[in-house]
Write a protein that binds this ligand. Sequence first.
Ligand code: NAD
Ligand code: TYD
Length: 332
Amino acid sequence: MKLLVCGGAGFIGSNFVRIRVRDHGDDVVVLDKLTYAGRRENLHDLTDEIRFVHGAIEDPVAVADAIAGVDAVVNFAAETHVDRSISEPDAFVRTNAQGTYVLLEAAREAGVRYLQVSTDEVYGSIEEGSFTEESPLKPSSPYSATKLGADLLVQSYFHTYGLETLICRGSNNYGPYQYPEKLIPLMVLNALHGDKLPVYGDGMQVRNWLYVEDFGRGIGHALAHGAAGEVYNVGGPDECPNLEVVQRIVGLTGNDQSLIEYVTDRPGHDRRYSLASEKLRALGWTAQVRFAEGLDQTVAWYRDNAWWWEPIRSGDYLAYYERQYGRALGSA
Ligand code: NAD
Ligand code: TYD
């Protein structure tokens, strides 16, 4: 298969590209704007095996170049961090909504299958039970609202133009190459450096953890076996409150629990996410990595790959960290 992977230099996209090239022998074109979260280093071992196009998904010229001759488009490209969407929502509208529109137009023109990578956050928060694909859509943040806007546009292209579309809604991912603004890599790197661990609110918010390779395999499975026009939830096998995640990381890095510091809660913070994934499981996919095993592997990967995170920890990230946590932690 020849695939266009948009956002393939990001965390989940790069793990997906690795699976497609190594396990499926696919021919892959990556289109990526290389924002702070997108890095050529994430594809360091695949440079000779893929074609890389540096460009934005909202740029029709870059998209036309990248899409030529492919069999399908998989769109990971997005602004993805909830905290940044609260302080600077502008880029979220441009990339997540407008960018998806430009890609859909190009896929329609080319007549190729289109898979949108989406999130459980479009359903909002759930106190008990799990969201199915039929659950009401109630996004809370500018991030999840723009992701839902994209999902609705994708579905409109199926209904209106007959474009073969699919949507995969993943739960919280973790694993190698995740930018350390997100909970797990932030806490792992802080713990490895003996820095404070900033837990929002009471730390009892629950996330449904999905190992990044399980998400990549789920997306590939939906692309191959899913029905056009359908939505597939891709949830992890385990749920865990944030505080317990951080305590486990403290244990795995041999640190002291006193590093944990409770800081002001995120505005509009969703309490719990939980996905029911029976629909994709009925097609033969299943998550293979339990949270305890995946977290252990992830901590080991960050410990062994300082070459990957050292340039991040000494660059623009410092200014971001100071803005986001400086006052609350009284340091940084
Ligand atoms: P990420 O922030 O690590 O990567 C995003 C990638 O998109 C980067 O390579 C970035 O350079 C690229 N990008 C951003 N704006 C672009 C633009 N305008 N044009 C082209 N490229 C652009 O994100 P991630 O965590 O890998 O998430 C990938 C996708 O999966 C997103 O669509 C996200 O909504 C979805 N998702 C993420 C999670 C999660 O837990 N991280 C869970 C479910 C779904
Ligand atoms: P995050 O990784 O930002 O993912 P999302 O908001 O998309 O679920 O956050 C995961 C959870 O961890 C969320 O409940 C917010 C919380 N959190 C903290 O408590 N401290 C932090 O420094 C960060 C980044 C997140």
